[in-house]
Design a protein. Structure first.
Length: 278
């Protein structure tokens, strides 16, 4: 009898688990496309950065040792802007957790017969899909800076960006979950997330940054930018350098960082506190 009940419980869990993830993820997509300012903010601002900084720093940029001598600053900056789009999308998708708590939607999800893992994965899948869509639109501009890649390379980039987006969305989730104001989230974004991107080798080469080069090497986002950079140059054998680790290292560090962020996010969501009832 106990075995039958256990099987029924497992079946019921699976029956609710995946639809819950799909419902939460699709809700993120619907909310995003109904709010045009989010589309402009997540894609327009990084694109503006790329155009303005690329034009302004073009004359003073010197390609790092591992790069082709013909590399321009806009070309160097290109993968960093793609990761910035992913970061902005993760920020905008997870800040809705604070809004959902204030509006009462989150409390309704928490009392539903749905596991907290489904709640976390639903939010992460929605944010990851949005990030991948917007980053893909930006990567379509690669021919403008002289970059070209095959369909196989594009597929590999999509898989890698999915991994990066999942990790960054999980990071945004674990930051947003304990907060009760969007102002606090924006403060953390200014003090933590933006410096994290700036110190990822996206804005300037790591090996020419003095003591900052060690900070850049310890930054997990560095390996997301470097991995995407290697995939953009998949037809060229770029050497391993301080600012450009091997692809295997990029995959390992990004996956490990994502798993840690997801684990902490699930742990935070499973904690039952009075904060969730507000």
């Amino acid at each position: 009898m106990s075995t039958t009940r256990l099987r029924n419980a497992n079946f019921e869990f699976r029956r609710i688990f995946w639809p819950a993830i799909w419902a939460l993820a699709s809700r993120e997509l619907i909310r995003f496309f109904r709010q045009r300012t989010r589309v402009i903010g997540a894609l327009g601002q990084p694109l503006l950065f790329w155009l303005l900084f690329g034009a302004g720093l073009h004359g003073s940029f010197s390609p790092p040792a591992w790069a082709p001598r013909s590399m321009t600053y806009q070309e160097y900056f290109f993968p960093g802007v793609a990761v910035l789009i992913v970061l902005f999308t993760a920020i905008f998708s997870t800040i809705s957790i604070i809004e959902d708590r204030r509006e009462g939607f989150l409390q309704g999800v928490l009392v539903a017969p749905v596991s907290r893992l489904a709640l976390v994965l639903g939010k992460l899948c929605g944010g990851t899909a949005l990030a991948l869509l917007q980053a893909g639109l930006f990567l379509a501009l690669a021919p403008l800076v002289g970059l070209s890649f095959t369909w196989a390379a594009a597929f590999e980039m999509a898989l890698f960006l999915t991994l990066v987006a999942f990790a960054l969305t999980a990071l945004g989730f674990l930051i947003a979950w304990p907060l009760d104001s969007t102002q606090g989230f924006h403060a953390i974004m200014s003090m933590v997330l933006m410096p994290m991107w700036l110190l990822s080798g996206a804005f300037f080469p790591a090996e020419e940054s003095g003591w900052l080069s060690w900070v850049i090497r310890l930054n997990p986002l560095t390996y997301g930018v470097a991995g995407l950079r290697r995939l953009l140059y998949s037809d060229v054998q770029l050497p391993v350098a301080g600012g450009l680790p091997a692809m295997s290292v990029c995959l390992f560090v990004t996956a490990a960082f994502g798993l840690v962020c997801i684990g902490v996010s699930v742990w935070l969501a499973q904690r039952r506190t009075s904060h969730d009832t507000r």
